[in-house]
Write a protein that binds this ligand. Structure first.
Ligand SMILES: Cc1cc2nc3c(=O)[nH]c(=O)nc-3n(C[C@H](O)[C@H](O)[C@H](O)COP(=O)(O)OP(=O)(O)OC[C@H]3O[C@@H](n4cnc5c(N)ncnc54)[C@H](O)[C@@H]3O)c2cc1C
Length: 320
């Protein structure tokens, strides 16, 4: 084992896994740690070229879906093997469950939903949004004992010439209490949205689930992913839970965000604070969204969206 102390990074999402290595490098610049990126049941080769020292490629069972329960058991064992209690993970839905489990198992402090970290005064500081995005909460954690869950796209991934060493480890998997019996792909994934350059997002202004068919042609013509406000996913179940944007959902950074029938409560707007151009379509001219958008259209979405879609299609045809 190396004499350096190590930071372990892990996310079930490869892109976030790459971003975590960049974040770990920020810490290691000051505290000189080695960075060990962990993969579980996935190809380790991409992580090996992103600036980590070691990729620990773990095989557990044969199931490609690695539950937070399984990941927690693996990371607990790796924490012992590499003698470290410094971990960075992705603040995804599974990542947040993993954070809770691991923090308890390893008895270390955890901070989730962070988007920035930096060493200061011999400690580690993290920043996360609080009070609906109105303030930034800065927390401090001990520099040698922490679990930090970082949100997607908080850091840029790096590509390096020097390859990290790949260590293969097989771990016997104990019987897990949660068994996955089926995985079916959703049409819209949180991943599509966190990476999307354009998002068309729909809110409670929609009357029925079937009316999503009014929104889809606009998203198609713009080449946009579809997101929503919380009530559409969490209360009504018209959209996948991962598609809801905001404080309790995902944070997105598209160049274009079209908010349709969304009032613009601060819990929703907390998720789009880094968006480029915001266009709002709402029939109530006093809706709060009109104070937060770059372009606003006051009117009935059922009239505006089909017309807007037609106009954009026509412009696209002309420019061919
Ligand atoms: C702790 C906490 C966390 C939360 N987290 C989130 C979060 O992450 N994301 C989130 O979105 N919310 C979140 N919320 C809920 C949030 O406070 C709002 O209730 C929610 O954002 C409202 O969703 P909405 O804008 O779709 O609905 P509404 O507020 O009901 O707005 C619907 C809008 O549609 C307009 N409308 C109606 N019919 C039409 C039409 N035909 N054409 C055009 N416009 C029309 C109305 O004028 C209205 O402005 C959270 C709340 C709490 C307490």
């Amino acid at each position: 084992m190396s004499s350096y102390s190590s930071i372990l990074t892990y996310s079930e999402d490869e892109e976030i896994g790459l971003e975590l290595i960049t974040a770990a490098k920020e810490i290691s610049k000051v505290f000189s740690h080695q960075i060990i990126a962990v993969t579980i049941n996935t190809d380790p080769s991409i992580l090996a070229t992103s600036g980590c020292d070691i990729v620990c490629s773990v095989s557990v069972g044969t199931d490609p879906y690695v539950s937070p329960e399984t990941a927690a058991v693996v990371l607990e064992q790796l924490s012992k093997k590499y003698n470290t209690k410094m971990l960075l993970i992705g603040s995804t839905k599974d990542g947040k469950e993993l954070a809770g489990r691991l923090s308890g198992m390893l008895q270390i402090p955890a901070a989730t939903d962070c988007y920035k970290l930096y060493p200061e005064d011999g400690e580690l500081r993290v920043e996360r949004m609080a009070f609906g995005g109105r303030v930034v909460a800065t927390a401090s954690l001990p520099k040698d004992s922490y679990l930090i869950a970082l949100k997607a796209r908080s850091y840029k991934k790096m590509n390096e010439q020097n390859k990290g060493k790949i260590e293969h480890i097989e771990l016997p998997l104990k019987e897990q209490s949660v068994k996955v019996v089926n995985i079916s792909k959703q049409a819209i994934s949180a991943l599509d949205l966190t990476k999307a350059e354009k998002i068309v997002s729909v809110g409670r202004g929609l009357r029925r689930k079937e009316d999503l068919s009014v929104i889809e042609p606009l998203a198609n013509v713009l080449g946009a992913a579809i997101g929503c406000s919380r009530p559409l996913a969490a209360d009504l179940g018209w959209m996948p839970e991962e598609a809801h944007i905001g404080l309790s959902g995902i944070q997105v950074k598209p160049k274009l965000y079209v908010a349709i029938g969304i009032s613009g409560q601060l819990q929703h707007m907390a998720g789009v604070k880094d968006a480029g151009i915001i266009v709002a379509i709402n029939q109530d001219k006093s809706a709060p969204i009109f104070s937060d958008c770059d372009y606003g259209i006051v009117g009935d979405l059922y009239q505006i969206i089909p017309e807007l879609t037609k106009q954009i299609e026509a412009i696209k045809k002309q420019s061919l």
